[in-house]
Design a protein around this ligand. Structure first.
Ligand SMILES: Nc1ncnc2c1ncn2[C@@H]1O[C@H](COP(=O)(O)OP(=O)(O)O)[C@@H](O)[C@H]1O
Ligand SMILES: CC(=O)N[C@@H](CCC(=O)OP(=O)(O)O)C(=O)O
Length: 301
């Protein structure tokens, strides 16, 4: 009996260590973006699903927004279509848009819903098209001073949180694909998943936006160094933005948008680390990069 007590004690200590975090986050919404590059390993995907279900049972309200860039590229390739990116966004022809929608809503989202629902009737998948969750207009980025046409790529103009809130109130875990309907022309648009997650986090008044990717966080001097910036304010991030490249651009722009619009913390964390979500939410040893609004005091958040 005494041996059993003794061996079980560390488990109790670990649970108690999480108490301040459980108290702080209880009832709060956490938007988690699961990137396509972090989604390649079966064990990692299963651990991701466990973490999200754990959060839900711990009294938080997780919302999953997923990417699928590599999966889309692979499918386009099978169709003999080339993948081209401009300003970090996929040039999306109407033909490519059909593939994007099929892969995100029909493949990646279904897989995540399936993994989450191994733990109970929790996850419900939707795309931004459902119940007008995400409305977009055609995005025309400026590259070298010129407006560029990148096809069916959407810039978010409105978020309707009604369907997601109804699911959360019903105890479900919404799993959202980053596809939007345009109110102008009725077409379906491809939205970067980081941008969609940030917009949803802001519109939902989420406590935290958590972006899982395939690096440790925001590197200070990428690609020359792998020194991770652990914490930075909105203004510090804004100054860094022009120096960032490729996939980090929409991620960090999204983090900035989130903390400037009511989200308490936006984090970029390493999706290759098993249970990185739990480590980030429930322990002192926060990993990755955390963006906070200006004027936020130091210490763990
Ligand atoms: N400053 C930086 N710090 C870390 N990664 C960076 C930086 N700048 C660019 N990157 C690149 O951004 C990538 C992550 O973005 P992306 O490939 O779009 O991932 P995801 O599929 O998770 O959205 C990293 O793998 C890295 O190659
Ligand atoms: C407009 C645009 O670029 N959309 C992205 C949508 C998926 C995505 O963002 O996936 P990751 O998070 O895995 O990069 C794309 O077509 O790849």
């Amino acid at each position: 009996m005494s041996t059993r007590k003794h061996t079980a004690l560390p488990k109790a200590q670990i649970l108690i260590e999480a108490l301040p975090w459980l108290t702080r986050h209880h009832g709060r919404t956490v938007v988690i973006k699961f990137g396509g590059n972090a989604m390649v390993d079966e064990e990692l995907k299963a651990a991701f699903a466990q973490d999200v279900v754990f959060l839900r049972h711990a009294g938080l309200k997780p919302v999953v927004v997923h990417g699928g860039g590599p999966q889309i590229s692979a499918q386009l390739d099978r169709h003999g279509l080339v993948s081209e990116f401009k300003a970090g966004l996929r040039v999306t022809t109407p033909e490519a848009m059909d593939v994007v929608r099929m892969v995100l809503a029909g493949q990646v989202q279904r897989e995540l819903v399936g993994l989450l629902n191994q733990h109970g009737p929790l996850a419900v998948g939707l795309t931004g098209e459902d119940a007008h969750t995400i409305t977009a207009t055609r995005h025309r980025p400026t590259i070298d001073g010129e407006l560029v046409d990148i096809g069916r790529v959407g810039e978010i103009t409105a978020i309707d949180t009604g369907a997601i809130r109804a699911l959360l109130d019903d105890g479900r875990i919404p799993v959202v694909s980053s596809i939007a309907r345009s109110a102008d022309d009725g077409h379906v648009y491809n939205v970067n998943a980081d941008t969609a997650a940030a917009a949803l986090a802001a519109a939902l008044g989420a406590e935290t936006l958590m972006v899982l990717t395939d690096v440790e966080g925001l590197y200070e001097d990428w690609p020359d160094s792998d020194e991770v910036i652990s914490r930075l304010t909105a203004t510090e991030l804004e100054k860094l933005l022009p120096e960032l490249s490729s996939g980090m651009v929409p991620k960090m722009q999204g983090c900035l948008h989130a903390v400037r619009n009511g989200v308490n913390t936006a984090r970029v964390i390493d999706g290759r680390v098993q249970h990185s979500i739990l480590l980030e939410i429930f322990t002192d040893e926060g990993i990755g990069t955390m963006v906070v609004p200006d004027g936020t005091a130091g210490g763990p958040a």
